[in-house]
Design a protein around this ligand. Sequence first.
Ligand code: SF4
Length: 331
Amino acid sequence: MKNFAYSQARSADAALSLWSLNPNSKFLGGGTNLVDLMREDIEQPDALVDVTGLSPAGIVELPDGGISIGAAVRNSAVANDRLIRERYPVLSQAILYGASGQIRNMATVGGNLMQRTRCYYFYDDAAKCNKRAPGSGCDALGGFNRMHAILGTSESCIATHPSDMCVALAALEATVRVTGPGGERSIPFGAFHRLPEDAPHFETDLKPDELITSIELPPLGFAKHSRYRKVRDRASYAFALVSVAAALEIMDGTIRNVRLALGGVAHKPWRAYQAEKVLTGSKAGIETFQRAAEAELAGARGYGYNNFKIELAKRTIVSVLSEMTEAEGAL
Ligand code: SF4
């Protein structure tokens, strides 16, 4: 690992000032991904600015009924928070399906958004990888790509985003609050992460000198009827093959409101707009859920080993929506 300078910031302004001393700096949250990447020499910052002492506000209710979560709040604190568990169970469940207890105790909310893909070729410096070395190629395209993406891919990269938490935040239409030399701004969650296109090394809308300060959840009454389903190779400590975050409101057998997002299938948490379009206003039932799943996966493409994910994603969508509908007593 390359030598680096380390400093701690006690405020967002101090963090930005420390960052500006060296433009090859990185903000450090729990370090559960960044430090691994530094050990592999994939990330080689000259300096780390530790921002885990920020976010004094923690998890607070907003005047409009939403909730603000400070960027330095630990993942386990979010998952176990009473308000989150009651109003946004999908978020609590998604976090608890990720990583291990020890990692969740270290990892921060801001860091979770910034974690990088676990594509094997990204970590192997003998492999071609456009994300690690732009323009070098992508060995995953013709390689062992069982974990790779089926939606929104490009010939440059078929990596997936590894976060579970972010899939729930995509379904909930969270907002990312950031600050930088140009002041504060808000980024809709759906615009925060990018698809690979021809530049997979650009992964988010965040500028290098900007710092995530909080995540805001909108007031969303029907989100109390929400859940997260993760399909993976083993029951714990594994990344998603496919995951589904869903919130559903059914009245008199008809779907009034729905939010759906998929994980493990794309370079970013994948909001399932096509499925939502089919579901909204339709009668809740297996036939509707199947139509919705077909619509969402119509544009999917497999790359060999991951072909199975297309059918798996469809079945997981149908299964989750069916279970939620049954739980509501509408099936
Ligand atoms: Fe690199 Fe993306 Fe290809 Fe993986 S899929 S090798 S991260 S370019």
